[in-house]
Design a protein around this ligand. Structure first.
Ligand code: GLN
Length: 470
């Protein structure tokens, strides 16, 4: 008998359609694992067992009725707990919203519901998505299934751990400065940070509105494309969503990389840990052997990324978190944790009269230069390949008491958010049993091409078949 929790979304979808397996069976298998391993990993804040069973039952009915369904119908997924879910507790992993039950769904949730997915539960993360390790959650740390003494990466820590441990088949995330890509890299997963405005932010607890990108984690590149097919597109509830046409992101995914020009930016490799560099350059060589052309490129403002990000982001955080006054819903402001307080104070300072020009305005000017680096580079190459993280998954406590060290974990990821460009993190290899990821970055709205490149590598490397020993 096949182990249902080892299937990809594509495989499971085909089996559901062919009536070889029922959505209720698939859901039971994942719920069992979620309940069992959540005790160990703390990946979910809420497991929505009754809702999952009901959704699965409905899918079985529709299939029995021979209805045409989305390839995602009956697929058990996890939702990061900063996605508003009508009638389901949504905490943003903060005590401030400990008992908050939304009265509407985020647009991404509505679209996933329309595709008839099954909700396994709401995943843990750094409170308000502030962090790179999951250690800022008010609901405890999520453990990395590959080594439970290490962080799974953040802020989408629970989504990554739940997926890597086969507690769901995909999980949603938010990426403001790396929060999808870093956990993907630390847990051997595929993580998409779409182009800014490709997926609606409506109903997602706002972190920094000009940077927030709504994406997801999956085991495979193809599965990632299937989810983007459902979530992408203009939304009248979010005026920053693009009207750019949504295409079928799985189409021509097997195109290969012949003739594709891949830029290797020197700023992302200088000073990089030698072992991590080797894993990524070996992956690049694989793509070269498949017909890609490798070109050296330079993005000269890269080094200003972290400083720029940690001015703009807290500025926006201080504004977005002002709404939590405890008057209409949620607890009072004393319930904020120390990281949220740090960002509120920083952001209030950088926006205050007398300091605005020196910090916020200056950072916005540098942001433009960072965006121009990408624009100019993409005149020469189709995409850029870079590491996701400067280190392997680190131990709990290693950076938690030193905010600056924690912020430096974002050194390779924040610039794509500042520039708004899409980036696909995929598994690149392992070092001493710990996963290493790399990112493929492209011009605005080139997710389809990023998937083609990622798919070509994945077919060669087959890293998605690796499983943590838990
Ligand atoms: N680690 C970054 C931060 O703490 C990114 C967070 C995110 O992408 N949500 O700001």
């Amino acid at each position: 008998m096949i182990d249902l929790t080892q299937l990809t979304i594509k495989e499971a979808g085909e089996q559901l359609k062919a009536k070889q397996v029922k959505a209720t069976e698939l859901t039971e298998a994942y719920l069992d694992r979620a309940q069992k391993f959540n005790k160990k990993l703390n990946a979910f804040i809420t497991i929505t067992e009754d809702i999952a069973k009901e959704q699965a039952r409905k899918v079985d009915e529709l299939i029995a009725d021979n209805q045409q369904l989305s390839p995602l119908a009956g697929i058990p997924i996890g939702l990061k707990d900063n996605y508003l879910t009508n009638g389901i507790k949504t905490t943003a992993a903060s005590k401030v919203l400990e008992d908050y039950i939304p009265v509407y769904d985020a647009t991404a949730v509505t679209r996933l519901k329309d595709a008839n997915v099954v909700f396994v539960g709401k995943t843990n993360h750094d409170a308000w998505a502030h962090g790179g390790s999951g250690e800022n959650s008010d609901f405890g740390n999520t453990l990395n299934p590959y080594d439970v003494t290490r962080v799974p990466g953040g802020s989408s820590s629970g989504s990554a751990a739940a997926l890597a441990a086969d507690m769901c088949m995909a999980a949603t995330g938010t990426d403001t400065g790396g929060s999808i890509r870093l956990p993907a890299s630390f847990c051997n997963l595929v993580g998409l940070k779409p182009t800014y405005g490709r997926v609606s932010r409506y109903g997602i607890v706002a972190m920094a509105s000009s940077l927030d990108s709504i994406g997801h984690l999956t085991k495979t590149v193809y599965d990632s494309a299937l989810i983007l097919n459902a979530t992408a597109g203009h939304d009248e509830m979010d005026s920053t969503t693009s009207t750019e046409a949504v295409i079928d992101y799985t189409q021509d995914i097997e195109r290969g990389v012949r003739g594709i020009k891949i830029g290797i930016p020197k700023e992302y490799f200088e000073g990089l840990d030698a072992k991590i560099k080797k894993v990524i350059m070996d992956a690049v060589k694989k793509l070269e052997s498949l017909g890609a052309e490798i070109v050296d490129v330079s993005l000269p403002h890269t080094e200003y990324g972290v400083a720029t990000y940690y001015i703009i982001q807290p500025s926006e955080v201080s504004s977005n978190l002002a709404r939590y006054d405890g008057i209409r819903y949620g607890s009072g402001r004393e319930a904020f944790g120390s990281e949220a307080k740090r960002r509120i104070i920083l952001g209030t300072f950088t926006l205050s009269s007398g300091y605005y020009d020196a910090y916020y305005l200056k950072a916005m000017k540098v942001r433009r230069l960072i965006r121009e680096d990408f624009t100019k580079t993409f005149e020469k190459v189709d995409c850029i390949i870079a590491p996701v993280s400067p280190t392997l998954p680190f131990k709990f406590g290693e950076k938690a008491n030193d905010p600056l060290q924690m912020y430096l974990a974002d050194i390779y990821t924040v610039n794509m958010n500042l520039a708004g460009v899409p980036s696909l993190a995929i598994p690149a290899g392992f070092i001493d049993g710990l996963p290493v990821g790399m990112q493929i970055i492209g011009p605005d709205f080139t997710e389809k091409q990023l998937y083609q490149i990622g798919f070509a590598h994945e077919q060669e490397a087959q890293l998605y078949k690796e499983r943590p020993k838990i």
